[in-house]
Design a protein around this ligand. Sequence first.
Ligand SMILES: Cc1ncc(COP(=O)(O)O)c(C=O)c1O
Length: 412
Amino acid sequence: MIDIVKNIATVPRRTKTSVIRELLKLTNKPNVISFAGGLPSPDFFPYDFVAEKAKEVVEKNGRMALQYGPTEGLPQLKEEFIKFLKEYEGIDARPENLIITTASQQALDLVGRLFIDAADPVVVEMPSYMGGLQVFKSYGADFVGVTLQDDGVDVEELEEKLEWLRKQDEHYKFVYLVPDFQNPSGVTLNRKKRERVLELSEKYDVAVIEDSPYRQIRFEGEAPEMLYKIDQDTLKTHNIISLFTFSKTFAPGLRLGVMLGHEDFIKRFVTLKQSLDLCTSSLNQLIAAEFLKTGQFKKHLEVVNREYKIKRDIMLLALKKYMPEGVNWVKPEGGLFLWVRLPKWMDANKMFNEAVNENVAYVIGSAFYADGSGKNTMRLNFSYPSHQQIEEGIKRLADTIRKNISAKQAVK
Ligand SMILES: Cc1ncc(COP(=O)(O)O)c(C=O)c1O
């Protein structure tokens, strides 16, 4: 056999296995309560709807459903998605502004392919979505991290970093943001900061990727308008590329997402997608079009939002009840995650195996930091575990943390 290491190209050489996937393997033990995944709950998938519509779509429109489709996506889904954008976000879009993707992870790959040459600076939140960091890294990105605050990215620091890059004559390519119930932190970018981000995008002539899988999973409070929408109504930079996915609002197994942007961007993404998979599943697109058209999407969102709110509240209550002093967390108004900060001296990476031995698992926060910092943080998922598991798991986690704190105090 050939020497693989010697023969593989630069991109796969740079592509590292995700730390989360490695850690998740450890959490597959039967008794472990896992807060580690990012999965929607399978208890609420619309099984009957999919079974019924799959049959109907194949019977009525099988020649299209089982055939290759256009790379940019089927007009039926685009049409329904345009209506969704208008109704939910007040956004005006035309079919040329959309490309249907094989979910958002493919969209992130397309972004990486379009923009990144080796050693190009890419501006990211710290912490940021690990799957985004991983794909941008594989294309050779050099990350410039900007602190994430409890109301979104630090816009002053963002300006400083962009200014610094411009002075260095660095060809920075884009700013990657997850502005709604961010993965991992659950934080939402507030309205004022959104406006500032757009001003900076115009001033520094930089694209902004608005990756928003959790936006529709809102339990309370008012959603600030999307960056894309604010831009459409005000500056009209056309620098915003927004990423949607059906993974959290329908079912991740369908692998369906949508990118929204200026048609000049979209044309490029279409060309690049041709070499990835030619097209996204026609059958799944037609089912999703029905999901939107029949109002099932709205009904499903009501169920998911109601049920996840209950789970979030159980987790918040358990944290309050069990966590020792010095541990704090961000209360998210939606999404799937809760972000926990341990006392500064603590190391969630080192504690991970202890926690698994106590039969509870989380994701280490440092996996989401482009510079590997954030060792005292962890991400907890509340959508997947049951009510009882949330209560019991937080109790176990609190016990593990308390043991570490006591051990430190004993050394003193
Ligand atoms: C911020 C963010 N972007 C993109 C994705 C990818 O999701 P999918 O490919 O299922 O649409 C995820 C998944 O968890 C995510 O959290």
